[in-house]
Ligand binder design. Structure first.
Ligand code: HXC
Length: 260
């Protein structure tokens, strides 16, 4: 996988996807979004990859938003198309059977905050600032921020952030549930990799079904969601990892999961 604006490193069952446009604060333009779409489809298909970590290059920005210079002259129809491209990328990340961890290394603004919201888990460096500053530009969030922010941190807090365009620092992001964990900048990637390694050590089908149940279940009413969970719980019993995991417990030993 070779890209213009992304770097991909694969090690120990994890792919580290780095958005690499540091001069533009890793802003998302069409090509970067298209490359992200392609990279996540490839990572989903690659059996050597079990967890994906996404981060930004440099120390300043994870992603400072969609590319404002590229957006400024767009027509209404082009802008709608651009929003849909972002939606497609976030949906691909959510639909990816493998967990996706955002290692948020700096500003996560606008489309950058939305990209982090599209990921399953957010590990955040102490220097990070999150925000949806679109109102400062005369627009609204367009890569799913009006929807996912409210779902993650609640309607009232999402409205405050989106109406004011205010930024929140890492500790506030943690307090309101936007960040799972806050660590010093120099420990960010190692912390993300350690979490990825923990996930990789589990039965990969169990992790995959759990992701599917959570994402899809949240869009259903509770009875249907529970039904969906029961189906996936049952499906776990079609895997060798379930037999091994429960047998290992009964034999008082560590399970040896094979992802089968
Ligand atoms: C394009 C960007 C950019 C962006 C920064 N840059 N953010 N270029 N799009 N979103 C560029 C700057 O133009 C500048 O280029 C270089 O990166 C460094 O930025 P500075 O502003 O000089 O750095 P600093 O003073 O440290 O301020 C950092 C910052 C600020 C606070 C992150 O850059 C900022 O406010 N950026 C915009 C954040 C934003 O509004 N994001 C939301 C975008 S709308 P030069 O060439 O001058 O060095 C959005 C909508 C999503 O995301 C949905 C779309 C459908």
């Amino acid at each position: 996988m070779t890209y213009k604006n992304l770097l991909i490193d694969i090690e120990n069952g994890m792919a580290i996807v780095t958005i690499n446009r540091p001069k533009a604060m890793n802003a998302l333009n069409e090509i970067t979004l298209t490359e992200l779409q392609d990279a996540f489809v490839n990572c989903a298909e690659d059996d050597a990859i079990q967890v994906i970590i996404i981060t930004g290059s440099g120390e300043k920005a994870f992603v400072a938003g969609a590319d404002i210079a590229a957006m400024q002259p767009l027509t209404a129809l082009e802008a709608r198309q651009f929003a849909k491209l972002g939606h497609q990328v976030m949906r691909t990340i959510e639909g990816c059977p493998k967990p996706v961890i955002a290692a948020v290394n700096g500003f996560a603004l606008g489309g950058g905050c939305e990209l982090a919201l599209g990921c399953d888990i957010r590990i955040v460096a102490e220097n990070v600032k999150f925000g949806q500053p679109e109102v400062n530009l005369g627009v609204i969030p367009g890569f799913g921020g009006t929807q996912r922010l409210a779902r993650l941190i609640g309607k009232g807090r999402a409205m405050e952030l989106i109406f004011t365009g205010a930024m929140v620092d890492a500790s506030e992001a943690y307090r309101i549930g936007l960040a799972n964990k806050v660590v010093p900048f120099d420990q960010l990637l190692d912390t993300a990799k350690a979490m990825a390694a923990t996930i990789i050590s589990k039965g990969s089908y169990a992790v995959q079904f759990a992701k599917e149940a959570i994402h899809n279940g949240l869009e259903l009413d509770l009875d249907r969601a529970n039904q969906y969970e029961a189906e996936l719980f049952g499906l776990c019993f079609a895997t060798k990892d379930q037999k091994e995991g429960m047998l290992a417990f009964l034999e008082k030993r560590q399970a040896k999961f094979k992802g089968e």
